[in-house]
Design a protein around this ligand. Structure first.
Ligand SMILES: [Zn+2]
Length: 340
């Protein structure tokens, strides 16, 4: 796809982690304000990139980067910087995953939420792009704490126009918490009108996706890429058009696939699954949503019609109101008509 056309089209990013959106520039600014050095364990000061080259390395530095945003000012800065990054790419709406872990911080969840809201307000005023929040917990967390975080989300969520906390998810290493552990919790998620947004099928095979479908009533599945290993599952996902957030470059960075050619996205597109793209951890992984999109276009030669379909799915599969979706769809149509 032509880069100029891509930049004009309004986009959504439905799978992006706030902590993972931190770029080297933002991390260094925060460390400077905190009067701290960024240790070489996290960051290579020569290459100016985050310091990991394996999946283990990534999951090791991720929480260490998170330690730089445990005060209101830093969390607010990251949030505003995120909206600047999205806005530069004309990503008008994102669903941002924020991993909330209670009990190990002086910085409580209410303060965290206030900082994110204030960073969002600044970013929206200055840059125009916006987002809603998906609170997520790591799978290593005991279920009692997961339930505490969920209760807090339910208490704090606004309804209607001011809806900001839109969903609840689980992430991290899939073998540390199987869907069975969360069945009851996600019934509560659904009963309270929140989107059910679990990660599944990024690391483990088709069974975790089947169990997620049966037990967690997902509104979207995070990654879901290993569905291609089971023809019955592909059929099920196609029949029910379950939305899947696919983040191909993240999967490459973590070493799950050696190249885009080897990545399941081609097969998922050929099976007419309902997929949209997410950037996952663009700052720490050192790429952008736009770069990911253009690489799919250039390296896999996916036709523009399919690429536009991915963008439309990103609007359709979001938690935006139907009015907002219609507005974005008509902007897409207007830009495409003017381009052709
Ligand atoms: Zn993710």
């Amino acid at each position: 796809m032509n880069e100029e056309l891509l930049s004009r089209l309004p986009k959504t990013d439905l799978h992006v982690h706030l902590e993972g959106s931190i770029t080297p520039k933002t991390l260094l600014r925060i460390a400077d304000k905190q009067n701290r050095d960024v240790p070489a364990e996290i960051f290579n000061h020569e290459t100016m990139q985050f310091n990991y080259n394996t999946e283990q390395g990534f999951f090791h530095i991720y929480p260490l980067v998170g330690k730089f945003i445990q005060d209101s000012r830093s969390l607010e800065m990251v949030t505003t910087a995120f909206l600047e990054q999205q806005s530069e790419q004309n990503i008008q709406y994102s669903e941002v995953i924020y991993t909330a872990e209670q009990g190990n911080l002086d910085f409580d969840l209410d303060q965290q939420l206030a900082a994110i809201k204030s960073g969002r307000k600044k970013g929206m005023e200055e840059f125009g792009s916006t987002f809603n929040l998906v609170v997520d917990v790591g799978r290593q967390i005991p279920i009692d704490q997961v339930n505490e975080v969920l209760e807090w989300v339910i208490k704090r969520r606004d309804i209607g126009e001011n809806r900001f906390l839109v969903g609840f998810g689980i992430g991290g290493m899939e073998n540390q918490g199987l869907p069975q552990k969360y069945a009851k919790c996600f019934r509560t998620v659904k009963n309270n009108g929140l989107l059910s947004l679990p990660h599944a099928g990024e690391q483990l095979g088709p069974k975790i996706i089947w169990d997620t479908l049966h037990l967690l009533q997902p509104d979207r599945i995070g990654h879901g890429i290993r569905c291609v290993e089971d023809p019955k599952l592909l059929e099920e996902l196609n029949n029910r058009q379950i939305p899947i957030d696919v983040c191909p470059l993240s999967n490459l960075v973590l070493g799950y696939y050696p190249s885009l050619e080897a990545h399941p996205i081609q097969k998922m597109l050929n099976q007419d699954l309902n997929i949209s793209l997410g950037s996952d951890d663009p700052g720490i992984m050192n790429f952008t949503f736009t770069e990911q999109f253009l690489r799919l276009s250039d390296e896999l030669k996916i036709p523009d019609s399919k690429l536009v379909e991915l963008l439309r799915n990103g609007i359709r599969n979001s938690g935006l109101s139907s009015d907002n979706k219609l507005e974005m769809f008509s902007e897409v149509d207007r830009i495409l008509n003017a381009w052709n």
